[in-house]
Design a protein around this ligand. Sequence first.
Ligand SMILES: C[S@@+](CC[C@H](N)C(=O)[O-])C[C@H]1O[C@@H](n2cnc3c(N)ncnc32)[C@H](O)[C@@H]1O
Length: 241
Amino acid sequence: MSLTHSVRVRGVLGTIELAFLRCFNFKRTPYDTISRMLDLRRFDRRYNVETAGLIDLDKLRVDSANKVHGVRYGGVTQWKFREIMNRIPLRAEELNAYSFIDFGSGKGAALMHASDYPFAKIVGVEFAEDLHRTALQNLETFRNRKQKCRDIVSIFGDAGQFAFPEGPWIMFLNVPFGIPVWKQVIQNVENASPGNGTSYLIYLNYEWLPETAEFVAGLPLLKLIDDSESTRIYQLAPTRL
Ligand SMILES: C[S@@+](CC[C@H](N)C(=O)[O-])C[C@H]1O[C@@H](n2cnc3c(N)ncnc32)[C@H](O)[C@@H]1O
């Protein structure tokens, strides 16, 4: 990220704090991890929540056969989320017809970021009980005067069993799981009522699981409309409209 971009997304003080952390990075933590953790901690302080940290699934109790296909917890940053939302070809006032759904919602970071937008409803589904509980706690303590959607639900369960509300949807997947769970989710999309309006699917950090990314890219249901900055945005194919 350039200096100008850093100042734009995290301000002068945040950029100085990041430079400081990089100078004293004796453990040689990757730059991307340092900046993500800094940004999440700043978000947490500002909004009175707790979303930071990277947590491997084998450190968490998960009562699902899909655990083996799951990816560790790591929250999306607010600035990244906003940049992605700017690439969805919808005007803000159109969002009030949409449900935002985060598959593998962790501590609820994306749910809180999404509440800056006037969605009809925001739903997250998470199968690790401790993460789900933290998300519930966060939604209680979250303070944001600019919040535009207050209908936010965090569901404790498996993404593969998620029962879709009526569409249209903005589906958000921050590299949560591998192909077997994707197959279940896609099957459920096909059986759901798409409603009126084009639905979109955001696939963040797809390059972490190359085989899964290739599988998703080949799904006839999805039409790629944007691919940049580690994020692919798909439109659900017109047959679903
Ligand atoms: C990389 S984190 C993303 C967290 C959140 N979406 C965000 O962007 O802030 C992936 C999350 O998916 C969850 N997960 C993985 N497989 C799942 C499944 N089958 N059902 C529900 N949650 C799952 C993990 O526990 C983890 O919290």
